[in-house]
Design a binder for this molecule. Structure first.
Ligand code: ADP
Ligand code: ZN
Length: 806
């Protein structure tokens, strides 16, 4: 049809990546790209996002868009482009890729109600008895029934039967397209209308309100009018044309706390800092500078945050906005305070503790340009900033930047680089221990490498020394008769530290009172029956907990395998470490920080505050203590057992152990006193321990990059991880094996013999929440092209560029 317009729509259905569907646009409404609409899809009605307007549909027959969800577009073109990239790269439907870009609360499903057609009784002959029954029950309900409930009444093949009943004209289907659960909140105001003529028919209350509105120099809130003069009085004046009414979107409460001291600390930058900053400035000023991404590599305390803040400041001065991504918001209170102090009142802190209402209001405030800087976790990359100027990814090596549970399985760092490319914004990646892949990319010139090789201290030209790291061989301690969880060195250092009025942190990358439970007679380790991971002993409930499915069981008194009585917990958890510290120093104030404490509702920030204020003398914690803390009086860090996590069958295990140890070590000696770090281990020769002890990133990098080149791990190859889950173990294994075979044949048929199909292997854990897990790993180049068009079986999760391969 001439002049007809069509929309390409990303539909909220399980469809192939990047796929859109053509719909016609009814002449009665205007539709734009980025707008959310309701569309018919098969027999359903779904939400969809208009991706582009076209003159020609992709198919000869199109159906029409039913309704718009919001009158104007929600998503801007650069974000649509980002959504397309995420859909294509991470293999999810375009709608799934775009959903994180929508305001919170906008995803909704249509509800469908079934009612009886009144005069249809005569046609009910030759119906199935169940259908006749169901019709009778439906007839008794005036408001009808939800489609799902009615289908249940119809019994087997209820869906097909329902279609027949609709076709026969016996029942009617009515669709309810819900409004978003949260919508902008408006406040109404009354204003004097230019019409001055007096209406003598006004009631006393109407007279009173009219006078009040005319007297007030500012718009008069209708809420106040209702309170003072009664409900409906304002509305009556408005109907008579005596006042005008204005709707203003209600202002949300400011989330950013103004800084206590306020203002910026004016440091003189070190020469390394100013070199780094000037490189970034060049890119901010000149859109042609390439590359537009930077890796800021500097040990903790080298002044990276200072560089981020100055770069953001320049962006803000140019009238643009910055995104500042952090791995986890609750662990960075000090960083947040510094950002707030630099940009008072102009910082939006996005985190999951906000109510849906606050999240929603914040989304619109960001969109309306009320903030210059937005700080938050990975999903913040999708904040609707209009004039993006810079993206900072702090601690870029953190694997929390990858979404692993729900689609899209995107990596925020890779996606940030993509958004940077789309918008021309520089991307600043920062880390003390960069991801080996990121560093490799920098050595190839894909990012500009900026190094901050030394710590800054209070004075601009003084450089405080790194903590001294001592590796302590626990096998020797045992041989020499020390059965305590503390080596003699650590015990002595703890006592000295506290006696000197300093503070200490003890680190353990595992929570619970004590770790695995093992039989000393036969070596059996007690595992979760559902998840097959080892259980952890918790002394408070004297029970065993599965850290995968959260199931709790009683501590056995005899070994379930051999019946022996020498069954007990091995290794130590944070609670046990706290007890040992108290035994060693009964007077000391000991605090604990781990996921258990956080989950029990206690505030991480309060624990941090107690440490910062000096109340806590010894803090015992898991990886949560490894990050962000900057307390000058902490002079000792003890790593109770460094081995945990080093032996996972994941090619990144060594890199992660190194990163964690370095971060923990970085907690010591941030002030003038030199820090001391004691690392206890049963394997002092391990390369990750050696490199961490020397705080030598390049040693770690060289070792890693050589071994990865040899094995063919990333960055020398790409990975796609396929996880098959099923309640039936054999079934899961069978589907995984079949898929593996299909992929192998496909590689052979395409002559891509260098692509490897690894597995299937049981996952670690091999079972989660009653579902067995088997996995396959694809390794090679151009894997996306290789799997293009592949249909993966149900229950199979495709994870592109996985961060875990277990
Ligand atoms: P990082 O982010 O690398 O851990 P920070 O930027 O937090 O490092 O800097 C560490 C400490 O040094 C902070 O307390 C910061 O205020 C201070 N600092 C940073 N740059 C300077 C400087 N040029 N002169 C003096 N102090 C500085
Ligand atoms: Zn379990």
């Amino acid at each position: 049809m001439v002049g007809m317009r069509y929309a390409e729509v990303a539909v909220d259905a399980a469809v192939a990546h990047s796929r859109t569907f053509s719909y016609s646009i009814p002449p009665r409404f205007s539709v734009e790209a980025g707008q959310l609409v309701w569309v018919p899809f098969g027999r359903r009605v779904l939400q969809g996002l208009v991706v582009e307007l076209v003159g020609m549909p992709k198919v000869p027959e199109t159906r029409a868009i039913l309704q718009t969800v919001e009158p104007s577009p929600l998503i801007r073109p650069h974000h649509l482009q980002l959504g397309r990239w995420i859909s294509g790269h991470y293999r999810c439907s375009l709608f799934t890729a775009i959903a994180p870009l929508l305001p919170p609360g906008f995803e909704a499903h249509v509800r469908s109600r079934i009612t009886v057609v009144p005069d249809a009784d005569s046609k009910t002959s030759n119906l199935r008895p169940e259908s006749a029954d169901a019709l009778a029950k439906l007839g008794a309900k005036k408001a009808g029934l939800n489609e799902a409930d009615f289908t249940k009444l119809l019994g087997n093949n209820g869906n097909r039967e329902l279609t027949r009943l609709v076709d026969k004209g016996l029942v009617r289907r009515r669709l309810i397209m819900p409004r978003p659960t949260v919508t902008p909140k408006y406040e109404a105001f009354l204003m004097p209308s230019p019409q001055v003529s007096h209406d003598s028919s006004l009631s006393a209350r109407q007279e009173g309100l009219l006078a009040a509105v005319r007297e007030q120099n500012a718009p008069y809130p209708i809420a106040l009018a209702n309170k003072e003069f009664g409900n409906g009085v304002g509305q009556a004046l408005f109907s008579k044309g005596l006042v005008a009414m204005e709707w203003v979107r209600a202002d949300s409460a400011r989330i950013a706390r103004p800084s206590p001291e306020g203002g910026r600390q004016q440091h003189t930058l070190t020469s390394h800092q100013s070199d780094a900053l000037s490189k970034i400035t060049e890119a901010l000023d000149d859109p042609k500078i390439k590359p537009r991404s930077f890796l800021l590599h500097g040990i903790t305390g080298s002044g990276k945050t200072e560089v981020y803040l100055r770069a953001i400041d320049q962006v803000v001065r140019q009238g643009r906005q910055a995104i500042f991504l952090v791995p986890e918001i609750s662990l960075t209170p000090q960083t947040l305070e510094r950002v707030n102090a630099w940009f008072p009142g102009r910082v939006a802190v996005v985190h999951s503790r906000l109510t849906p209402r606050q999240q929603f209001d914040q989304w619109w405030d960001i969109r309306e340009g009320k903030y210059d800087v937005v700080v938050g976790p990975r999903s913040l990359l999708f904040a609707p900033l209009a004039q993006l100027g810079l993206i900072v990814v702090d601690e870029e090596h953190e694997w929390t930047y990858k979404q692993i549970e729900t689609h899209p399985l995107y990596h925020a760092r890779a996606s940030a680089l993509q958004l940077g490319r789309i918008t021309g914004s520089p991307v600043l990646l920062g880390s003390a221990t960069p991801d080996v892949e990121t560093y490799h990319a920098a050595t190839r010139g894909w990012h500009t490498l900026l190094e901050l090789p030394a710590r800054v201290s209070a004075g601009p030209d003084r450089v405080s020394r790194l903590a001294e790291v001592q590796v302590c061989d626990m096998r020797r301690e045992l041989r020499e008769g020390n059965r305590s969880i503390f080596s003699r060195v650590l015990a002595q250092s703890l006592q000295d530290c506290v006696a000197a009025g300093h503070q200490a942190i003890l680190f353990l990358n595992r929570r619970g009172a004590s770790s695995i439970v093992q039989c000393r007679d036969c070596g059996h380790v007690v595992t979760c029956r559902r998840c097959s991971v080892s259980l952890t002993y918790h002394s408070t409930q004297s029970s065993l907990l599965c850290h995968t499915c959260n199931r709790r069981t009683r501590m056995p008194s005899t070994c379930p395998s051999c019946g022996g009585t020498h069954i007990r917990q091995l290794g130590a958890g944070t609670q046990r470490v706290v007890e040992e510290v108290k035994k060693l120093m009964p007077e000391a104030t000991v605090d604990r920080l781990d996921a258990d404490v956080t989950r029990s509702g206690q505030n991480t920030e309060e624990t941090m505050a107690r440490l910062t204020s000096g109340d806590t003398q010894v803090l015992v914690g898991t990886q949560m203590v490894a990050k962000g803390l900057d307390v000058p009086n902490v002079t000792l860090v003890g790593v109770v057992l460094a081995d945990i996590g080093m032996y996972l069958p994941d090619f990144r295990a060594g890199e992660r152990a190194f990163g964690l140890l370095c971060q923990v070590a970085g907690r010591a000696g941030r002030g003038e006193a030199i820090g001391q770090v004691v690392v206890q281990t049963y394997n002092p020769e391990h390369y990750a321990i050696q490199a961490a002890a020397a705080q030598d990133y390049s040693a770690l990098y060289e070792y890693e990059i050589d071994s990865r080149r040899e094995i063919g791990s990333p960055p020398f190859n790409e990975l796609v991880h396929l996880v098959f889950q099923n309640r039936n173990d054999d079934q899961a294994l069978r589907v995984a094996t079949e898929t593996g075979r299909t992929l192998t044949l496909r590689a052979v048929a395409q002559g891509l013999t260098e692509i490897e199909v690894i597995g299937p292997a049981p996952g670690i854990p091999s079972r989660i929440r009653g579902r067995y897990r088997w996995h396959l790993t694809l390794r090679g180049r151009r894997l996306l092209r290789f799997i293009e068009g592949m249909e993966f079986p149900p229950g199979c999760t495709v994870d592109v560029d996985p961060v875990h391969v277990l």
